[in-house]
Design a protein around this ligand. Structure first.
Ligand code: GLN
Length: 320
């Protein structure tokens, strides 16, 4: 068997082996449109710096970024405003609480969110993006994503509307943040940017390309261009390791050991730097995109996490 065929067989086997795990989870229902997804879908794409991609499963499916977008707006805000400006308004400490928790906002330097990967921190970051309106901010974000993925991405308006109308908790977080002086723009504008960035649609290939650029410290190996600084990429990876899988980040680090970020749509983005993949078929690093919409009570794709664990183990990929 050719080498490429062998790698393809590994991901195909992985998808078939772990698809059944979806039964242990459910599609997110607090965003009504997400409840309508097919819970049995599972897809993966792995891309190396030479553009070599292996993918398997329902890899043509489009799904929304949801919390995966938090990494991207964090990077963009750092590019726009500089790291010190961003870190003055949002900390980099994991919480161990759920992603939409409200409980610590009052206990930590009044109102300063703990990290950009939980909703409070992400809404703060969205408010910092440069632009005079939500649409200007989102245009910048979409342009940034187009550079990475090589195609124009769009916002799923129905998913956005479905969440906009039921976003009571995010509204509560945003109004509290405004009261404590942590928002850079009016509350409803920050919310609109945040909920629309969550509703940007991607494929697993798009996610894998994003992971590839983060793994390569902001350098896009296919474009041969540095898109953002190494310093920002390092911060993004550290945040992914410590906070990227919500309050399962500790276990994820212990048992898988890769910088990753999940979303309630069932998306998982993983960035595998070269030093973490020396013995894999991608010895110079890779990006991984996974989609499996049935999530656990914490908000992570059940089959997706199993599939990532399988690949990480099989290919000996870990940053530790
Ligand atoms: N849009 C979702 C929310 O704010 C994103 C959450 C997530 O993916 N964890 O609730």
């Amino acid at each position: 068997m050719e080498k490429k065929d062998m790698q393809e067989q590994v991901v195909i086997n992985g998808v078939e082996q772990f698809r059944g795990f979806a039964k242990e989870g459910r599609c997110a229902s607090y965003i009504p449109m997400l409840a309508e997804r097919n819970p049995d879908h599972l897809a993966v794409s792995v891309i190396g710096p030479d553009g070599y991609e292996v993918r398997a499963g329902d890899s043509e499916e489009l799904f929304t970024l949801q919390s995966v977008s938090k990494v991207l707006t964090f990077i963009l805000a750092c590019m726009d405003k500089g790291l010190p400006y961003v870190l003055e308004r949002v900390d980099v400490e994991p919480t161990g609480d759920t992603f939409n928790s409200i409980i610590r906002l009052e206990s930590h330097q009044p109102g300063k969110p703990f990290n950009p990967m939980i909703n409070a921190g992400a809404i703060t970051v969205s408010s910092m993006l440069t632009g005079h309106s939500p649409s200007e901010k989102l245009t910048k974000l979409l342009h940034f994503l187009q550079q990475i993925t090589g195609r124009a991405l769009t916002i799923n308006e129905a998913v956005f509307q479905s969440e906009w109308q039921t976003a009571n908790r995010n509204r509560a977080l945003a109004y509290y943040l405004m009261d404590s002086g942590f928002l850079d723009c009016p509350v409803e504008e920050a919310l609109e940017v945040y909920l629309k960035q969550c509703a940007i649609e991607v494929t697993v290939t798009d996610l894998a390309k994003i992971g590839l650029v983060i793994a390569h410290d902001g350098y896009h190996p296919l474009l041969k261009t540095q898109l953002f600084s190494k310093e920002v990429a390092k911060m993004a990876k550290a945040l992914m390791v410590t906070c990227g899988m919500y309050n399962a980040s500790g276990k994820f680090a212990a048992f898988i050991g890769l910088p990753a970020k999940s979303g309630v749509s069932g998306a998982i983005l993983a960035a595998v730097p070269s030093h973490a993949s020396l013995h894999s078929p991608f010895p110079t690093g890779c990006g991984i995109g996974i989609y499996g919409p049935a999530i656990d009570e914490i908000g992570n794709s059940v089959a997706g996490v199993q599939l990532l664990k399988y690949l990480a183990t099989k290919w000996q990929m870990t940053i530790f």
